[in-house]
Design a protein around this ligand. Structure first.
Ligand code: SAH
Length: 233
């Protein structure tokens, strides 16, 4: 008698847990759709490829466990090691600014959680991404592999040096802020290639740099706040 009561209790609790999980999944799906609608489309992101990528990639898979319910909010989130996953709008804005094409090869500096890399990988052919914090490089690499992204190549290292073995790139995205543009990265751009990069220490701005046949064009986009791009000690 006692034993069967225990079984009923176990069954009820596990059914309750499944219900809760389902409810959480539905909540996250709704938040995800709402995020794309309110924070991305409504704020002027018009590139269809970018909007579709943001709809496809689940941001809650890229945040630390326990933060999933905040994953679709309108701000960056901590991912450990004093680093953050960028605000969804900034991810979309920078991706759109790169004017990407399906055949492109892109370099990202600052893998972090891997979210931006996944967004890029939905749009372009190959993504190369460098992360200076070893643990973040390892966890992002594993996460991206388990999600099936075989066109993302993660390297642990210092982004200031770029990735010369795979240069030149059609586009470069820097997701940590240096004081000035790293010369090595400029050299790894193709002619016609685009780079989006936040720069500055206290007051930062986002720049779009385009390599031309006789130099570079530089355009200021908007004020931003990124973690600093650090040099390897
Ligand atoms: N793109 C990430 C967020 C980046 S936060 C995402 O989608 O989650 C900035 C990242 O840049 C941090 O993970 C930080 O460790 C890394 N970083 C800082 N300086 C770097 C450098 N010199 N080379 C490579 N990565 C760097």
């Amino acid at each position: 008698m006692k034993r069967s009561f225990l079984w009923v209790l176990i069954l009820l609790v596990s059914a309750g847990c499944q219900d809760l999980e389902k409810q959480q999944e539905i909540f996250l799906m709704e938040q995800h759709d709402k995020m794309v609608r309110d924070q991305i489309v409504r704020r002027g992101i018009t590139d269809k490829k970018v909007v579709e990528a943001l709809l496809k990639v689940k941001r809650h898979v890229f945040v630390p466990s326990g933060s999933e319910m905040s994953a679709y909010e309108d701000h960056p989130l901590p991912i450990g090691y004093d680093q953050t996953i960028s605000q969804p709008f900034i991810v979309a804005y920078m991706t759109q600014a790169l004017q990407l094409d399906g055949d492109d090869k892109v370099l990202e500096i600052g893998t972090g959680s891997g979210y931006q890399a996944a967004i890029l990988a939905e749009i372009v052919k190959e993504v190369y991404t460098i992360e200076i914090v070893k643990e973040l490089a390892a966890s992002a690499s594993q996460r991206l592999k388990s999600l099936g992204y075989d066109n993302i190549h993660v390297k642990h290292g210092d982004g200031f040096a770029g990735w010369p073995q795979h240069a030149p790139f059609d586009a470069i995205i820097v997701t940590a802020a240096p004081a000035e543009v790293p010369q090595e990265l400029l050299e790894e751009l193709k002619v016609g290639g685009r780079m989006v990069i936040p720069m500055g220490t206290t007051d930062q701005e986002l720049f779009l740099i385009t390599k031309t046949s006789n130099g570079y064009d530089q355009k200021t986009l908007l004020p931003v706040r990124f973690v600093p791009m650090i040099k390897e000690k």
